[in-house]
Design a protein around this ligand. Sequence first.
Ligand code: EPZ
Length: 454
Amino acid sequence: MVCESSNKSYLKSQHLKIIGQNTLRGKVRISGAKNSALVLLAASLLTDEKITLDNVPLLTDIEKMGNILKNLGVKLHNKDHQLIIDSKNISVQELPYELVNGLRASFFCIGALLTRFGEASIPLPGGCNIGERPINEHINGLRALGAEVIIDRDVVKAKLVEKKSKLFGANIRLNCPSVGATETLIMAASLAEGRTVIKNAAREPEIQDLCQMLNKMGAKIYDSGKEKIIIDGVPKLHGCTHKVIPDRIEAGTFLIAAAATSSSITVSPIIPNHLEAVLNKLEESGSKIIIKGNSISIKSNKIKAVDIKTAPFPGFPTDLQAPFMALMSIAKGRSKITETIFENRMTHVNFLNQMGASITVDNNTANITGVNKLKGMNLVGSDLRSSAALIIVALTSRNTSYVYGLHHLDRGYESFETKLVKLGARVKREYIVDSRDQIKNFATGNSDIDLNVA
Ligand code: EPZ
């Protein structure tokens, strides 16, 4: 199942060539949710029996998480989009930095390893392009459950306190509804002694998916999806088969791309109430939305400006802020986009303005005056979602664009360009055969692409 990113050179030697102004039409199949599959992989460490995951997306982040589990001795068998995980014989050892670095979700293994084996050592996940990404909520919660947690030379080391054989249930109130901290603590509490109550918990669908799988494994978790989650610890968890929920962020990205190109498409499968805030904003800005079972159709023409403010679920998701800004950059009128989750998630503004957009940023608020058309150019994504945003604007622009930074895109969008081509877009992934020459050209300035941004 794991895609062979190790064989694909991401030396910036590949790009998407996009010829803009095609409308899209037809139906796009939505893959399993990256942010659900990653935490379900971590949760498989909680049992010594087999876990079968279906609808696992083919993404480099999943491949990385698979390598991390293999490093612990987990046996992984993949067949297309199915992954069979066997954590029977694993040795708890410090996860190597080079494996953990760049995949924040690897840190979520700490709760599962600690509660099953009594100890865990995981390098600090560190910050990334979108923000500092602290883990204080994870650490404070693990301490409340009775763990001793220290940070020793950038490695987080957690263990049960002397003479204790388990974690103990506790009342925990998160200062902020952190998705990852909620997931870490649910996993840690699932095998603890007694009841844990997590208040101000995150309510994202991916957390609900995790709780559904854990309850299939024999856990006793109540009220996932609400801001107060109750977990009654059990002595052991058994294996199960679980299907990953559809990716609401991928679905939202395609719906926004349709709105930007005045297109009519259908996305499926999807759970519509996972995208309520986004659908409301798409309708408010002039698109027609039709929901039928597990599919959503959009019909778009003229788009008018609307304001958005990102928020924890069920609010407007931060992961669709950049794609939606791409839409607002060509909408009629003025709009305001406020990012409240991450402190540095506006890096796409620079490229949008170079393409002719009119955006000013004040702290974490972007003020946008829509323009008619943007002009294609060489673009470099700086994170997973800004890469998708740049592709969306390239699809609408007058001429040809080249989008670099595909190693970001491939982290979270399965076969993105293939799905776009099926909808009628003129997109092609091109590989620079001799990247040495290409990079030499960049070095001597004989090229118009600044790779340093990637
Ligand atoms: C998850 O990241 C997702 N990643 C992110 O998706 C998503 O953007 C984010 O949740 C918010 O929805 C995965 O699930 C793998 P957080 P996570 O902890 O858990 C602060 C994508 O593009 N915070 O909810 O790391 C933090 O600084 C990725 O798919 C603390 O202060 O996000 C941030 O401001 C990007 N202390 C806010 O909470 C902590 O201990 C939200 O972070 C933890 C977080």
